[in-house]
Design a protein around this ligand. Sequence first.
Ligand code: 6R9
Length: 661
Amino acid sequence: MSGQTPKSSTIDTVLEEQRVFNPPERIKETAHIRSYEEYKELYDYSIKEPEAFWAKQAELVDWIKPFKKVYEGDLVEGEHKWYLGGKLNVSANCIDRHINTWRKNKAAIIWQGEKRDETRVLTYNELYNQVCRVANTLKKWGVNKGDRVALYMPMIPELAITMLACSRIGAIHNVVFGGFSADSLRDRINDSGARILITADAGFRRGAYIPLKDNADKALEGCPGVHTCIVVKHTGADINFWTQRDKWWHHEINSPDISSVCPPEAMDSEDPLFILYTSGSTGKPKGVMHTTGGYLVYTSLTMKYIFDLKEEDTFWCTADSGWITGHSYVIYGPLALGATTLMYEGLHNYPNPDRLWQVIEKYRVSIFYTAPTIIRGLMKEDEEWVKKHDLSSLRLLGTVGEPINPEAWVWYHKVVGNEKCAIVDTYWQTETGGVIITPLPGAIPTKPGSAAMPFFGIEPAIVDSNGEECDSKDGGSLIIKRPWPGLMRGVYNAPDRFRETYLTMYPGNYFTGDGARVDEDGYYWLLGRVDDVLNVSGHRLSTAEIESALVSHNKVAEAAVVGYPHDIKGEGIYAYVLLKNNAKASSELRAQLGQHVRKVIGPVASPDKIHIVEQLPKTRSGKIMRRILRKIASGEFEQLGDTSTLSNPESVDELIKTREE
Ligand code: 6R9
């Protein structure tokens, strides 16, 4: 952990923001929760009577066998369990319970491909048939309850179908984002112990192919445990096909021995549902593990109240399902509640900057959920791109992934929402399972840049570096004082890592890794990470992970990576690199290093700036002074602080002189 001072540049702007927006009348009239008092009463109840509160919320889910106890455990040891003794199945909750109602022929998933004319609609009934077939196919290839299944796919319905098929038979899915490299995929497959991989021939990006199967082939060279790879034919790209290992999805699921009926497995509440790898402050990504009962109750509950979901809504969350947002709010949350969820494969600005608005108009989307980086990117374009589309179907707009600067919030409100929509800035993490700090659209007035208030059952606090609850107005580290059903259960394959990473910093509390302050009205303002985690376009990356990728290049001796404020991405990646003795700095070498990081981690981690240096500022004990590196990368030369403790103070002037603009 480096110091406890939030390093985000948003602090300056959010400190000045004063505006308050009341919930629009039309939302207030129909929302599930219609006043601040109603929110407060239910919130207080959720904190005072957690057992009764969470028992009641479990009614959102269909149980095969009722649970005996609501929860057990705490954040001291880190063992916490929910809905003990209960049995349920997630896919049955997301599908079967709807097909016995009029929802049978309701659109469950609307898919829009990158090409305008590529669309598909799956009704709940069709989803049922497909999920059962895939579940039976997985069984045929040896997947049993508790086995891990790796997925490396584009945003296509088959991704949702496979996740649901895994949950149907009690297999644990491990989705790896399609933007990760072969090396990253290999490590995640091996750590999870998956023996089967589901992928596609390729994905689309700006009209070009993302070579998923080629990457998978490379990854599998290092995965001796994987015996089967099922490939969806999506783009028709040329691929290698090794018939002993590779199977075509369409052959497999339509094979005569595959039945379209597969009874859902009765899973224990605490059986794992999925693993999702995420970056922390160390170099090795963690397999964050979520379980069945608590996760489903929590995603259903947040989906209902935060997005104010109604039967007739068309809900569009633009996140890729390789990230937690795509798990909880493209797939599980919406489908558990029987909604219509839109899945989109493509970019927000391809072929034109009105792509998102055109899709909203086409499907009459009513709830739209995206990331601040996308909003910032699109607000730079001419407003006409938005104005030429009829966006009157929109009722609610959401953001997630990073703090939203008030300018972007107000643009979203005025230009996209036409001042008629509620906005929810939702704060949460892979670890938290679902949103934990947020406005409720009909109940809590919003302040641009603030994620507003804790959701039901969440008890946050702000602490100083000694772990003392401090004057929250000044800001400090954000902790959560008690567990809730959506909180991760552990790090896969590393039993002590959950407690060590999250619970020992402030014993007995969950440490988010974020800085925050609370204003006089009780609103939370997130101030960015206080650890060595970067947030680049809403993607979480650890500086240590990028450093070790750089150092694995044969010409690099040492590397230090920091974030700096970036107009569109929120944070950009600035890498200081010290070469080995015989290596010479050149623009070719810089390009090579960028390529190398793309190969080791993936394009998302590629540094924006690579600064080849003669020496790095170090303390007398040999620690790199990251605080100074961050200031230099951000161009804040006046505020370098005390440099007298450095063993090489002269390095600082040199770095300033040679800084990458
Ligand atoms: C859901 C998700 C988590 C980190 C988190 C924080 C940042 C997410 C935010 C936000 C300010 C918001 N973050 N939402 N910061 N305001 N509304 O993004 O999960 O990929 O695990 O990232 O993202 O820094 O700690 P994940």
